[in-house]
Design a protein around this ligand. Structure first.
Ligand code: HEC
Length: 97
């Protein structure tokens, strides 16, 4: 545990001391944090979830709200099981950012 904490401190120190690198690190992390599952979910969200209403901003709803809204909406959008997983990963991944 101490070792893990130490590594974080060290990383934070390195980032804090090199402004240029920190921007690069952040960009890389954003790319990595969107998994293949999430980006498929994003495409589905942007094509299938705008048919009945406009684009709903994910961050306008809390995690608790999404837990109720999303299953109902995925039924409405008639998503396949695999597509549901992808949209779920995208929505909850976006909330967690
Ligand atoms: C068959 C039509 C239909 C489809 C497809 C659909 N929705 Fe909806 N959705 C509705 C209706 C009707 C409402 C209620 C009216 C409104 O808020 O515009 C709604 C409301 C919402 C709300 C607001 C809920 C609230 O309590 O304020 C969100 C968020 C939402 N939809 C997300 C989605 C997502 C994500 C998808 C894709 C998985 C989706 N919708 C696909 C019909 C649909």
């Amino acid at each position: 545990m101490k070792y893990i904490f130490g590594s974080f401190t060290l990383i934070a120190f390195i980032i804090a001391c090199s402004p240029k690198t920190s921007t690069e690190v952040v960009t890389e992390m954003e790319e990595v944090s969107m998994t293949a599952e999430m980006s498929s979910g994003k495409s589905l969200y942007e094509s299938r979830c705008i048919k009945c209403h406009g684009y709903k901003e994910i961050k306008n709803y809390s995690r608790a709200q999404w837990e109720k809204i999303l299953p109902a909406m995925m039924e409405k959008a008639q998503l396949a099981e695999e597509e549901k997983k992808q949209v779920h990963a995208y929505v909850f991944g976006t909330i967690n950012e």
